[in-house]
Design a protein around this ligand. Structure first.
Ligand code: FMN
Ligand code: SF4
Ligand code: SF4
Length: 286
């Protein structure tokens, strides 16, 4: 079995999980290639693959605009199996609606959409998880990937049921798609902090940042992935009206995973249930 993993990832979480999935598929005797969905990256040739895994982070209960734009350009490919792999900052069922549009778009292009996998990874906006929580999340990924990879290798079904309330909530916040280019245009680098290194330019998957007079300037193609603000070595990128939610700096996944007692109060029950279900081999309850 040969699998193509096409992945949009702002701050590395989804790429990290997709790489882990690829390793597992190879360990099961298959072949797997990971390609990134970025503006400058050519559309990968799907011929020769029998499975596509589309990876992305949940953005406001939906798939990021970069993903739906990519899907519009994806050539038709009859009979190829497709799975969705997504990451989210919390294990909320509201995030499940984020698979609906990609599912529909893939089906229209002839793909046989078979399943969806959800992995909780640390927030890259709103607030910073502790490194202990990040390590516990990674531990959960390590528990889930072997069984999810088996589902892919066997071509089994694993689609999520999304009820009307979750569909409506996701629809209501889809405003993020038209709003983000406008908000992103007002991102700027702090005069005091910016050292003009240009890292934000290469980090942006949309080619939305260019340097002028030694400082970054932001265009109208932002999808709010947070790569620039998260990856700036000086924490210099101000994200306009969202600035209070800015998260800067890579997480460490290698430390001691948080114990149950160390899981914070924010959505504590949901995180604990997700961790325990990951460890016990159950899927998140519907
Ligand atoms: C604009 C934006 C919106 C987000 N919305 C959600 C959300 O609705 N639900 C959620 O659980 N996480 C949300 N997140 C968190 C990300 O899905 C999560 O941190 C993800 O693992 C980031 O993946 P990446 O590093 O591959 O970009 C959001 C992140 C951003 C930047
Ligand atoms: S990454 Fe940060 S410090 Fe470097 S140019 Fe961009 S804003 Fe300035
Ligand atoms: S400008 Fe920043 S947040 Fe917007 S798409 Fe580029 S890297 Fe992502």
């Amino acid at each position: 079995m040969k699998t193509l993993l096409a992945v949009f990832s702002g701050t590395g979480n989804t790429k990290r999980v997709a790489d882990r999935m690829a390793l597992e598929l190879i360990a099961l005797g298959g072949e797997a290639d990971v390609v990134l969905i970025r503006n400058e990256a050519p559309m990968p040739a799907i011929e020769g693959y029998d499975t596509l895994i589309l990876g992305y982070p949940v953005h406001a209960f939906n798939a990021p605009k970069a993903v739906t734009q990519w899907l519009k350009k994806l050539p038709k490919a009859e009979g190829i199996s497709a799975y969705i792999l997504r990451t989210s900052g919390e294990p909320s069922k509201l995030n499940d609606a984020s698979g609906l549009t990609p599912r529909r778009m893939l089906s229209r292009r002839g793909f046989n959409v078979k399943g969806e996998f959800v992995y909780v990874m640390p927030y890259n906006i709103i607030f910073r998880h502790s490194d202990g929580m990040a390590a516990r999340m990674w531990q959960a990924v390590e528990h889930r990937i072997p069984r999810d990879a088996k589902v892919v290798a066997e071509g089994a079904e694993a689609l999520k049921h999304v009820n009307l309330v979750r569909r409506a909530a996701a629809f209501a916040v889809r405003i993020e798609h038209p709003a983000m280019p406008v908000i992103g245009k007002t991102f700027h680098a702090s005069r005091k902090k910016c050292i003009g290194c240009g890292a934000c330019v290469s980090l942006c998957p949309r080619g939305n940042i260019h340097m002028k007079d030694g400082r970054p300037h932001f265009g109208m193609h932002c999808v709010g992935c947070m790569a620039c603000a998260f990856g700036c070595p000086e924490d210099a990128v101000k994200i306009s009206v969202l600035n209070a939610w800015r998260v800067n700096g890579q997480y460490s996944f290698d430390g001691a995973p948080a114990e149950d007692a160390e899981v914070g109060r924010y959505c504590r029950k949901m995180y604990l249930r997700y961790f325990h279900e990951s460890e016990d081999g159950e899927d998140i309850k519907k």
